[in-house]
Design a protein around this ligand. Structure first.
Ligand SMILES: NC(=O)C1=CN([C@@H]2O[C@H](COP(=O)(O)OP(=O)(O)OC[C@H]3O[C@@H](n4cnc5c(N)ncnc54)[C@H](O)[C@@H]3O)[C@@H](O)[C@H]2O)[C@@H](O)CC1
Ligand SMILES: Nc1ncnc2c1ncn2[C@@H]1O[C@H](COP(=O)(O)OP(=O)(O)O)[C@@H](O)[C@H]1O
Ligand SMILES: [K+]
Length: 490
């Protein structure tokens, strides 16, 4: 159930269900009935105004109106565009609505105690403007509950982006499977409470559609998650290396190293420039320390093949020195996580980074950019690709790395096209150093042998789960401490 269907995949599901013998009319009837059921308990006794658009989303609205009226609610219906524009099942459902049909305009909302938004769903094809935009603004100025059909009108179901204007709903009822736009921002924040209704589409249609986007959660990676063996040795659980910045920039590496240890790496070593050794030594206990001065020093520190995963970038400094160190890390055949300054250091010449990643396609490389860092490495993709999942996917395909595109709606994409969207992280996770901890968590999982996409998805989810458990007041140092309780629940 964690598959997310783009709007074109959803219309494919609809078509496949109909091919398999389910009547389109029945799908719409079930959809509208589910909307009515989700509306009934709201604004008890108050008048419901159902706003219908010219397509099948509006068709669902006519069905909902009929069921609400049958249940004894006072219902009014307003339609965008002439009734003669309605086609197919939507025209049929409009003909089954026995009450009057008003013309959609802001005045229709007068007296409404509840609004059903069935203006646009999956068929939104351009920015909302004119009469529809005026109605959206009027709906959003009201304080009554709004139930959105499929998506709040104006939200793009595939990207979560607002096209022109969008309704702010208290509840959204969608069908068969969630859509990416329900989890991506700003769509997620406009949906209110999300409900998923079974409308009779058989699950087997997914075998044909093979959706590539999923909601991130343990079911995506639990089977790959490393479990300590009863007869195990710490070296069985990997030896992660975090490269430290200079003497004034060491905290980020230690945050990451602590997270790698907490998530189960058997050993973790901070590889430090000579001048930063004293400050690192003064702060490290369970995490070990080794000297790695300059490029040769780093190469020497990585000669020990038991040091089987490397993270570089947090507080590393932007410039040729960091780019060259990243290339040293990538030259050894082991998993690598590149974060922060290690990404920005390739802004002048991103293909140089991608070639080094591609030189050994067998081992996972993770890139963990936030939007700004992403734009520096993939400026054309940031400009052109529709929505964050597609941006991350194209970046992964180009770079050959698993890309963690960070934000409120962090997206993980693999070079083979798989995408996971994380929707559970709380806003207080946006705090200094939290990205460093995420890099360390991913590193610790890679050191334990987890595959790249699964390690990235697990780290992102656990990072958010830790933040939820801690609550407001969280600082980055707290995140690793919250892991044991979450791992125990996994
Ligand atoms: N695909 C499925 O499996 C099912 C779909 N159903 C409903 O059907 C909806 C999709 O129906 P449609 O594909 O007809 O699409 P919509 O009803 O979302 O919208 C399409 C109509 O709106 C117009 N339109 C789009 N954007 C506009 C804009 N910005 N300004 C003015 N007009 C605009 C189009 O010209 C077209 O007439 C779903 O969201 C869902 O509510 C349900 O009936 C049940 C089954
Ligand atoms: N509004 C938000 N809600 C949830 N998580 C967020 C939000 N904004 C940022 N984050 C998360 O916080 C972390 C910030 O990382 P990053 O941008 O690298 O910051 P820093 O360098 O300070 O650690 C990322 O994991 C990101 O996904
Ligand atoms: K809608």
């Amino acid at each position: 159930m964690n598959e997310l269907l783009t709007t074109s995949e959803m219309s494919r599901a609809d078509a496949l269900a109909i091919e398999a013998g389910v009547a389109g009319e029945a799908l719409m009837e079930n959809a509208g009935r589910a909307v009515a059921a989700a509306t009934l308990a709201l604004g008890r006794g108050a008048e419901v105004v159902v706003l219908c658009g010219p397509g099948n989303n509006g068709g669902d609205g006519f069905v909902a109106a009929r069921h609400l009226a049958c249940a004894g609610r006072r219902v009014r219906v307003a339609l965008l565009g002439g009734r003669d524009r309605l086609k197919g099942d939507a025209a049929l459902m409009a003909s089954r609505w026995e009450g009057p049909i008003e013309t959609l305009q802001p005045d229709c909302l007068k007296g409404a105690g509840v609004v059903v938004d069935a203006v646009f769903g999956a068929g939104l094809s351009k920015p909302i403007e004119g009469a529809a935009a005026a109605v959206v603004a009027a709906v959003n100025a009201m304080t009554v509950p709004v139930v959105a059909v499929d998506v709040p009108s104006g939200v793009d179901g595939t990207t979560g982006e607002v096209r022109g204007a969008a309704v702010r709903a208290a509840r959204t009822v969608t069908f068969f499977r969630l859509k990416p736009g329900h989890l991506l921002m700003p769509g997620r924040s406009l949906c209110g409470d999300l409900r998923l209704a079974d409308i009779g589409i058989p699950g087997v249609v997914l075998d044909t559609i093979r959706p590539s986007i999923r909601a991130n959660g343990p079911q995506l990676w639990r089977q790959h998650f490393p479990a300590p063996q009863a007869d195990g040795h710490k070296y069985d659980r990997g030896h992660a290396v975090v490269v430290s910045g200079g003497p004034w920039n060491t905290g980020a590496a230690r945050l990451a190293a602590g997270a790698a240890l907490r998530i189960g790496a058997g050993l973790v070593t901070v590889a430090s420039p000579t001048a930063a050794l004293p400050v690192n030594a003064a702060h490290l206990t369970g995490v070990m320390l080794t000297e790695a001065e300059g490029l040769d020093g780093l190469a020497a520190a990585l000669q020990d093949s038991r040091r089987n995963a490397v993270l570089l970038g947090p507080a590393a400094g932007v410039g040729e020195e960091t780019a060259a160190r990243a290339l040293v890390a990538l030259a050894a055949a082991r998993p690598v996580v590149l974060d922060a300054d290690a990404l920005t250091s390739f802004a002048e010449d991103p293909p140089r980074l991608f070639e080094a990643i591609g030189a050994d396609a067998g081992r996972p490389v993770l890139l963990t950019p936030h939007e700004g860092e992403f734009r520096r490495l993939f400026p054309d993709i940031a400009e052109a690709a529709p929505g964050r999942p597609e941006r991350a996917r194209r970046a992964a395909a180009r770079s050959g790395a698993v890309v963690i595109l960070k934000g409120a709606d962090t997206v993980v994409a693999a070079p083979d096209g798989r995408v996971a969207i994380n929707a559970d992280a709380p806003p207080w996770l946006a705090t200094a150093g939290s990205g460093d901890v995420l890099g360390g968590m991913a590193l610790g999982l890679l050191a334990q042998g987890m595959a790249g996409f699964e390690a990235a998805s697990a780290a992102v989810w656990l990072h958010g789960a830790a933040a939820n458990r801690i609550g407001r007041g969280l600082i980055a140092e707290d995140l690793p401490e919250a892991l044991p309780a979450i791992l125990a629940d996994l």
